[in-house]
Write a protein that binds this ligand. Sequence first.
Ligand code: 5GP
Length: 178
Amino acid sequence: MAIDTPKVMLSEEQILQRVDELAVEISKDYAEKGEIVLVGVLKGAFIFLADLSRRLTIPRHIEFIAVASYEHGSVPTGAVRLVMDVRASIEDKHVLIVEDIVDTGHTLHYLIDMLKTRNPASVRTCALLHKEHNTDVEVNVDYLGFSIGDEWVVGYGLDYAEQGRSFPYIGSVQPDDQ
Ligand code: 5GP
């Protein structure tokens, strides 16, 4: 599938305006807490994390984590496995997981549970996008950019088969298998 002409869902201006608002809210909430550890979920969250972290006015430490979904054939099973871990200890730290998009909720649920076993001071979640109607497991998104419908989206770090990550906007595409 060629994805060079996705339907624009969120313009660059809309995204950056919302990232500004999220950064203000997060900076306010953590102002008294000292350093925050931002855990970006690779690969999709790398641009969101870069823009968000530069707008925060509080001390922050950047970490990355990568996960993959277990599949049965090409069908996702909902189970998630760790592919790359954070490098620093998060014990007694205030952790904010930064995710590109929450779909069924399995990825975020796994990450929250896993990071909580390491005795952080707190774990909260920030996601740019949430497909709320697709939720399989309830997860609390503390800081949400936009709620969207059930469409495959690309751009601003999100891909379709590694295409489209560098688009400055978020657009929807029709995958071949749907
Ligand atoms: P969940 O575990 O919540 O079902 O899925 C979360 C992950 O699925 C996201 O981190 C992302 O990698 C992928 N994902 C879900 N929906 C989309 C989408 O519309 N576009 C892209 N690029 N990735 C998606």
